[in-house]
Ligand binder design. Structure first.
Ligand code: VNL
Length: 393
């Protein structure tokens, strides 16, 4: 190569580089970023794994482009620590200029971030955390999972109608546990039941043994249990070790305790446990069968109720962007989300226009052996259930 051709090719190269540089801002404008903050490590990592897996499955099935915009998912691990969630959300808004915040594995993580969503006018999709008050904390919060009052009241009514007269409540000692305890007590006692004791177990490193002893001493017909996703196996193990199953005390609750992610390893103690919840991997719709199969293939685990919060959170984001024709204004996106309805693997799902909460079926389910696996088998359906504590004004 002589000097001249070398010079020529260098000019061509830098012209190319310049062109690429000039195109960058335009390319960036055509990208919509979603900051997905989840506990990927620590005691609640199963929730992170489920939601991340479901979000990726949604993108694989629906493509990475909506209304001409390229969707980019940015995953951050908060390890379940609220200060970290808040810092990560701040960085995602300021540095990455995300259009959406999503995830939020536990209530304290969602509450810590709510003021940033309001300040930044960034839609914040709560896929997991279930305390009722979360959506009241910012007009930019929209929830795709569930609320504890919504998942709890059906089992309170069912128990009262099915010969359970005396119960003890046992909940993890944080906001969703208090929601579950409060709603169970008010519905169950209104239907003629009696709550003999209300027990709260520390959230971190729970030892259920002393609390189970108190349950045994009270000798109720049933123990109403709320523990967060991932914790049910420890509870079941200690319940069996202390012989409470043999003592004839039934376990009831919202479906967190028989979480599909870990249910299969709980053993016979889980058989017959009746819960109310919005999702079971055994939900017998064609859409869910395909979902479970695709999820297992991609992630090597069984999807649980957290996964559908993630899957439908992505559906909500895609549908809102399609409705605004790619406009990323936060207020317009939230407005577009209100009142949307679609079919989820869990069944029909609507986003309540006033409260920005999921309206969905609640199923009464019993743990049974199906083939070689334990499953939450649905046997009763309550349709279009709302959070009973949120009343239209
Ligand atoms: C919450 C509620 C977390 C239900 C859960 O699992 C759960 C919460 C991590 O609101 O913090 O199953």
């Amino acid at each position: 190569m002589n000097k001249r051709t070398l010079l020529k090719s260098m000019t061509a190269l830098s012209a190319g580089a310049l062109l690429a540089g000039a195109m960058l801002p335009a390319a960036a404008q055509d990208t919509v970023k979603i900051g997905l903050i989840l506990p990927m490590t620590g005691p609640f990592a199963s929730t992170g794994r489920q939601i991340d897996g479901a979000a990726r499955l949604y993108m694989q099935q629906n493509g990475a482009t909506v209304a001409g915009k390229k969707i980019e998912l940015i995953l951050k691990d908060d390890a379940g620590a609220p200060d970290t969630t808040k810092r990560l959300a701040q960085e995602l808004i300021v540095n990455d200029k995300v259009t959406f915040l999503a995830g939020f594995g536990l209530t304290p993580l969602a509450l810590a971030t709510a003021p940033l969503a309001t300040e930044g006018k960034v839609p914040m999709i709560v896929m997991a955390a279930g305390t009722s008050i979360i959506t009241d904390r910012s007009p930019f919060i929209v929830r795709t999972g569930f609320t504890l009052p919504q998942t709890t009241y059906p089992i309170a009514d069912w128990a009262a109608k099915n010969n359970i007269k005396k119960a003890v409540t046992l909940v993890s000692d944080f906001a969703p546990g208090v929601d579950a305890e409060t709603v169970f007590k008010s519905r169950f006692t209104a239907a003629g039941g009696q709550v003999l004791a209300e027990l709260r177990v520390p959230l971190r490193n729970p030892d259920f043994a002393p609390f189970l002893q108190r349950v045994r001493d009270a000798s109720p017909d049933a123990v109403f249990v709320f523990v967060p996703s991932g914790v049910g196996s420890i509870f079941m193990k200690q319940f069996a070790e202390r012989g409470l199953d043999k003592a004839g005390i039934k376990i009831i609750g919202p479906g967190d305790v028989t979480d599909d992610d870990i249910l299969n390893d709980m053993g016979d103690v889980a058989l017959g446990v009746v819960t109310s919840h919005h999702y079971s991997a055994a939900h017998p719709s064609a859409m869910n069968k395909a979902y479970v199969e695709a999820f297992r293939k991609m992630n090597n685990i069984r999807p649980n109720f957290m996964s559908v919060g993630g899957y439908d959170g992505m559906a909500l984001i895609y549908k809102a962007l399609a409705a605004t024709k790619g406009d990323t204004n936060g207020e317009k996106l939230v407005a577009a989300m209100k009142g949307l309805s679609w079919e989820s693997p869990r069944g029909p799902l609507t986003i309540d226009a006033q409260f920005r909460e999921p309206v969905q079926n609640m199923y009464i389910r019993k743990v049974e052996k199906v083939g070689n696996e334990l499953h939450n088998v649905e046997f009763e359906t309550l349709t279009a259930v709302k959070d009973p504590t949120k009343v239209a004004k």
